[in-house]
Design a protein around this ligand. Sequence first.
Ligand code: NCD
Length: 326
Amino acid sequence: MAGEKSAPKIVGLTPDRRQSFYGRDIVSVKQFSRDDLTYIFGVADEMRSIVKRVGATDLLKGYVLANLFYEPSTRTSSSFIAAMQRLGGSVIPIHGVQYSSVSKGESLPDTIRTLECYADVIVLRHPEVGASEVAARYASKPVISAGDGVGEHPTQGLLDIYTIYTELGTIDGLHVAMVGDLKNGRTVHSLARLLCLYDTKMTFVSPEILRLPPALKEELIQAGRPIAETARVEDVIETVDVLYVTRVQKERFADLREYEAVKGYYEITPALMERAKERMALMHPLPRVGEIHYDVDDDPRAAYFRQVENGLYIRMALLAAVLGKV
Ligand code: NCD
């Protein structure tokens, strides 16, 4: 096969790591150790190299993913589809509410028990906190949370911390500031928990009404990491290694007047970025609705579209790992 490109061989999981992933649900980042992350980063690196070199592999040939979304999604939904397809598997895409029997009143357990008759793995996004844990209890196949309301977004947390690692070459020793809707932003909840596995300092930047949930703050303090809170991004811009900006989660507000009062609170502009370190990463889980100006996009520190791309490799790694193929 001289000269022909072939997919690189993927290293096998060690028995411990295999236990962390094979056949397991992914419903919260609390389930991961630092070794698990090191492992999944390594597999994601290999997935990147496969995609760059040959586009796809047949590692999951014959496997089927049910992609069940009860809330809107662009990146999470399409990256899981792309991940499964680039691994040679196929996908049943279901946007739950509108077109499935959910609109006829079918329950989550019945929907899950139906889908696992067809699929080997189920990805679920749902508006209620804990919904993926409920689904996981009913399913004998692995359930991967794609976000449960204001709870967690574990696969986004993994791709975010992987992005920090790929952008800056380390996680230990970094100062990470998270900005925006820290109360309702589930990506923040997952990322902050993952950062506790490393020697990091975190600053939470938000208006008073969008502060981190007290229970989560307590959890981070118990984990022994230094944390600080402020309302002003100017307080951190000169010292941060990572500025993680989030959207104010309009759909979580009962009173839209409250949303209107805080929606434009932070705007990252080229002038603000001039004050930031030369080597740092500006991140956002996207979608953005004004928090980062478009004219910041050409700044080499603007990492949000590389973050999107990393989501593909992390989700390929996770699918292959829960299905026992790496
Ligand atoms: C996030 C989400 O759905 O929680 N988006 C994503 O998955 N990349 C962030 C958001 O909606 O603001």
